[in-house]
Design a protein around this ligand. Structure first.
Ligand code: SF4
Length: 193
C-alpha cells in the first residue's frame, strides 16, 4: 500500500512539474520536453552534452530527441558543435538565450514556493531520500545513473593536487564541474562526501 501511495505521489508531482514547464515555455513555443532538455544541458558535464546523453536522460527515442534538438537550435536556445577530438560526435551547448531562459524558468516557481515551506533540514533529507530512490530505480532499470562526481567510483578528489581528476578520462575536473551530472557516472560504494 505504501508503495502505491509513494508511486502516485511522485507521479502527481511529476505531472505538476510538467504542467509548469509547459506554461513557462508557452510564450517561446516550447513544450515541456524542450524545457527538460535545456535543464539537462544546463546541469550536465562536458562528457554528457550529446544527443545520446539527452536521449538517455529524457528517456525518449532517438528520433523524438533529434526533432526536439532541432527545434531548440532553430529557436536559438542551443548550438551544435562538432567535437574537437572526434568528428562523429556532436556537442550541444546552451546559447545565452537558452541559459537565460533556464535560469529564469527552472525549477518552476510554484515548485520553489512549495519547497520554501520546508526547513533546510527537511529539504536536505527529502533530497537524500529521492536521490537514494532514483539511484536504486536506475540500477533496477539498468539505465545510466547520471550522478555527480562526488558519488562516482572514478572520482579522484584533489587527484591533481589543487584540482580534482576523473579517473576514467584522467582529465582535470574543477570544483564546479564535479557537481555537474555525468552519463559516465559509476555509483561509488563509498559514502558520498
Ligand atoms: S568522476 Fe565519474 S562522474 Fe565525474 S566525470 Fe568522471 S566518470 Fe563522470
Amino acid at each position: 500500500m505504501e508503495k502505491t501511495k509513494i508511486a502516485s505521489l511522485i507521479e502527481r508531482i511529476g505531472n505538476l512539474l510538467r504542467s509548469e514547464e509547459r506554461a513557462s515555455g508557452a510564450d517561446s513555443g516550447l513544450q515541456s520536453v524542450h524545457v527538460q532538455i535545456l535543464s539537462y544541458l544546463y546541469q550536465c558535464n562536458r562528457y554528457s552534452n550529446t544527443p545520446a546523453g539527452v536521449t538517455e536522460f529524457i528517456g525518449s527515442t532517438k528520433g523524438t530527441t533529434s526533432q526536439s534538438i532541432n527545434i531548440l537550435e532553430k529557436k536559438g536556445f542551443i548550438k551544435k558543435y562538432i567535437d574537437d577530438e572526434d568528428g562523429r560526435v556532436i556537442r550541444l551547448y546552451l546559447t545565452e538565450k537558452g541559459e537565460d531562459f533556464i535560469k529564469k524558468e527552472f525549477p518552476p516557481t510554484d515548485f520553489c514556493s512549495a519547497l520554501d515551506t520546508f526547513s533546510t533540514k527537511d529539504s536536505d533529507y527529502l533530497s537524500q531520500l529521492l536521490t537514494k530512490l532514483l539511484v536504486q530505480l536506475q540500477l533496477e532499470n539498468k539505465s545510466k545513473l547520471f550522478g555527480v562526481c562526488h558519488t562516482c567510483n572514478h572520482f579522484k578528489k584533489f587527484g591533481l593536487g589543487d584540482t580534482h581528476q576523473c579517473g576514467l578520462t584522467l582529465e582535470p575536473l574543477s570544483e564546479k564541474e564535479s557537481f555537474l551530472i555525468c552519463r559516465e557516472h559509476e555509483q561509488s560504494t563509498k559514502k558520498a562526501v
